[in-house]
Design a protein around this ligand. Structure first.
Ligand code: HQG
Length: 182
């Protein structure tokens, strides 16, 4: 499944659906949905060889579920990671006791002082398991694992959202320092 073509197409879809739909002239609605046949057509018009078939395979076979299809199969959206202004319309739900955030060691002092903030994305991303968090952290440098007292934070009034494509990914507006355990 992790063929170079799959990875390349998956990264391209993330780029388009999370960050730059306008780069291929694609319309994404307020909830982040794009018309699947239009995406394929516009991607091909911009010189990318992308088919519905490969997109279906990426969704069916990826370990990490980055995308979601609408019930009728005509629309696709990214399940998390956006920087474009979308409202995924997720219901807030009660998180587990703890969640994890993988970052780079170089960010530690700033995070402990200011809390976790989304940076260029709309929301802060947390992982339900340590191995995923470590993998995320290692993309930024020497990985460092933070444990987030998620249930305590939720009980203090902070809404939590679970991605509807990838249930191991949780989303919050920010994480104030008192809920971060290093
Ligand atoms: C850091 C991937 C200094 C934060 C992953 C992170 C994820 C601070 C970086 C998803 C800070 C932002 C998102 C502060 C936060 N001071 N640094 N106060 N607050 N940071 O890429 O969470 O594989 O925007 O620790 O799986 O790394 O692409 O977020 O290091 O779920 O599908 O600022 O993207 O998914 O980095 O990754 P990012 P992320 P995919």
């Amino acid at each position: 499944m992790n063929s170079p073509k799959f990875k390349k197409t998956s990264k391209f879809l993330s780029y388009i659906l999370r960050h730059h739909p306008e780069s291929i002239g694609l319309e994404v609605d307020r909830q982040g949905w794009a018309h699947l046949p239009s995406l394929v057509e516009k991607a091909n018009n911009s010189g990318r060889s992308v088919s519905e078939d490969i997109i279906q395979k990426i969704i069916a076979q990826s370990d990490k579920q980055r995308f979601r299809l609408s019930d009728d199969g005509n629309y696709i959206r990214a399940g998390y990671g956006h920087s474009i202004d979308v409202d995924l319309d997720l219901d807030p739900i009660r998180p587990p006791d703890v969640l994890y955030h993988g970052t780079a060691k170089k960010n530690l002092d700033s995070i402990l002082a200011k809390g976790l903030h989304p940076g260029s994305r709309n929301l802060v991303h947390l992982s339900a398991n340590i191995s995923d968090a470590m993998e995320v952290g290692s993309r930024h440098g020497r990985p460092y694992l933070l444990t987030i007292a998620s249930l305590k934070m939720y009980n203090a009034g902070h809404p939590f959202y679970q991605s509807d494509s990838e249930p191991n990914i949780w989303l919050v507006e920010s994480v104030p320092p008192p809920f971060i355990e290093k």
